[in-house]
Write a protein that binds this ligand. Structure first.
Ligand code: ZN
Length: 311
């Protein structure tokens, strides 16, 4: 901003140096104020066992946008106490520095914006000619919504408040209730009457809209809230490591509802992410225990469901 010779010129009088010093102090003050203004944006401090997608759900933004906004290359390397800037609803332009391996197309898809919008905002005519270190602006329209909102925010909030026991859960087992009309509280009473100390054998129940619950509504059992073993499979070792999700309905007679499957997808994705369970470990009762049961019925196809779990 100021010519260097101005500082170095030996003939400068003291008052000129003083004037320069004052300008410098003023400049530093401005920097200080602006850096603090910038800090007024939403910042989240990573807590123990938090994943990027859980944090993203909390703020109603996409995990990708937080990742890109903070220049995180590996979301698995988040550490407790790390401060993350959260892109706010008001954010319409995100500054981004091109990194090694980036293409303009990959940057655009990471932020969920059109490549053509990035090009026109930055006056780029040849998208292939970007270089590492180049600073560009990502034009984001309004708040960045999560790509899928299969679960209601209130449910995600409740789920986020329950801390899964580290390393305990290895598989997710899908069941059906085999009853066309039912609800979680009734199942809880039935299981209790059968002598199960903790009642409801499953960690989660997904309603089909019968009785008071709505179609696709998730009931979080006390076994999940308290991180207790399930009671939904035969072996103790399975119950100690398998999360049980029961969909109400008899899927030997008819398939689950679309809403139930959407919720199941959202819940499985959430649990897979939170408990680090790979999709190969999402299975059904009958596949876990062949020849023992038909649960969850011939109308619930595991292969086609598991295809939905692709990131
Ligand atoms: Zn079952």
């Amino acid at each position: 901003m100021y010519p260097l010779k101005f500082i170095l010129a030996k003939s400068d009088s003291f008052s000129k140096k003083e004037f320069w010093l004052m300008r410098l102090l003023y400049f530093l003050l401005c920097c200080f104020v602006f850096s603090h203004l910038a800090k007024a944006e939403l910042v989240h401090t990573v807590q123990k066992n938090e994943t990027l997608s859980a944090i993203a759900s909390k703020y109603g933004v996409s995990a990708n946008s937080i990742q890109a906004f903070n220049g995180i290359s590996n979301p698995n390397l988040l550490y407790v106490g790390k401060k993350l800037k959260i892109p706010s609803g008001a954010t319409s332009e995100i500054p981004y520095t091109v990194k090694k391996g980036d293409s303009l197309g990959s940057i655009a898809s990471r932020f969920g914006v059109k490549l053509s919008d990035v090009c026109s905002r930055n006056g780029i005519s040849s998208p292939n000619l970007i270089k590492v270190g180049q600073k560009i602006i990502i034009p984001v329209k309004g708040a960045i919504k999560p790509k899928s909102s299969l679960l209601p925010q209130s449910l995600i909030k409740t789920l986020s408040s329950i801390k899964p026991h580290a390393g305990k859960w290895k598989k997710i087992i899908i069941h059906h209730s085999a009853t066309p009309v039912d609800d979680a509280m009734n199942m809880h009473r039935v299981h209790k009457a059968r002598g199960m100390k903790n009642g409801l054998a499953y960690h989660f129940v997904i309603s089909n809209g019968s009785r008071k619950a709505y179609d696709g509504e998730v009931f979080i059992g006390t076994r999940w809230k308290g991180q207790l073993d399930g009671g939904h499979v035969k072996k103790l070792s399975w119950n100690q490591t398998c999360i049980g999700i029961c969909l109400i309905g008899n899927f030997e007679l008819k398939p689950p509802s679309t809403k139930q499957l959407n919720t199941l997808e959202g819940l499985c994705k959430y649990l897979m992410n939170r408990c680090r369970i790979p999709k190969s470990q999402v299975t059904t009762h009958k596949l876990l225990h062949p020849g023992h049961t038909a649960c969850p019925g011939k109308f619930l196809s595991l292969p086609s469901f598991v295809r939905r779990l692709n990131p």
